[in-house]
Design a protein around this ligand. Structure first.
Ligand code: TYD
Length: 218
């Protein structure tokens, strides 16, 4: 358990539509007066923004273990200074990417040991796991097509080959199979509004059991 609030993460390949769904979920929760922290990894803090710049835009080679440690450093600081305090206040945290991204990208993508990467992330985050993880599953070729039409510049990870992104996708699906109670896997080619409704359907029953900000004042 994560305390009194709710910790929701969104995962999936680049171009799967996580940010759009995070924004829609945030608006819906705010309409029912929930206090929401919408955040992301890497880069959810000032320190994290500096790490993000290095890990995504550094021009030289970064060794796989150094890359894994950079994501873990971002995570450690982000969780301890922003996410955990928000959950303890009773807020709803909507987070774009978390430890499953490390297992998929650094584990399957860079071919590091998945259990070690998960262990590193859990150490960094002092064991915090999400209440719900939404996986927006998308074929890597379709994802690439979406990115090509939306961007002129790609980051270090987006620049990786199709095989890399294929391994990342398979790893996300494997993680979801291993923890079906935590994951909601959705076909990212569904219409945006349909996806948003499915996500709301998964979150709504959990809201009642987490304390809302209004009743938290006493
Ligand atoms: P993201 O912020 O989703 O990218 P964008 O803003 O371009 O949509 O994620 C940045 C990249 O970092 C993405 O390619 C996935 C990668 N990543 C990892 O490799 N490991 C991690 O632990 C995390 C959180 C992200």
């Amino acid at each position: 358990m994560t305390g009194r609030g709710l910790f929701i993460t969104l995962e999936g390949g680049d171009g799967s539509g996580k940010s759009t769904q995070a924004a829609l979920l945030e608006s819906w929760l705010q309409e029912s007066d929930r206090v929401v922290l919408r955040t992301r990894e890497p880069g959810g803090t000032d320190f994290g923004a500096e790490v993000r710049e290095i890990v995504l835009h550094s021009t030289g080679h970064i060794s796989p273990r150094a890359e894994a440690l950079l994501y873990a450093a971002d995570r450690a600081h982000h969780i301890s200074t922003k996410v955990r305090p928000a959950i303890e206040r009773g807020d709803v945290v909507i987070q774009d990417r978390y430890l499953d991204s490390s297992v998929a990208y650094q584990g399957a993508g860079r071919v590091l040991d998945a259990d070690e990467i998960r262990g590193l992330s859990l150490w960094a985050a002092e064991g915090l796991l999400p209440d719900v993880t939404i996986l927006l599953d998308l074929d890597e070729q379709v994802a690439r097509g979406r990115l090509d039409s939306a961007r002129s510049r790609f980051d270090r990870l987006e620049n990786e080959k199709s095989e890399f992104h294929g391994r990342v996708r398979a790893a996300f699906l494997e993680l979801a199979r291993a923890e079906p109670a935590r994951f909601l896997v959705l076909d990212a080619t569904l219409p945006v509004e349909r996806l948003a409704a499915l996500i709301r359907g998964r979150i709504e029953p959990l809201l009642a059991s987490s304390i809302d900000a209004g009743s938290d004042a006493s």
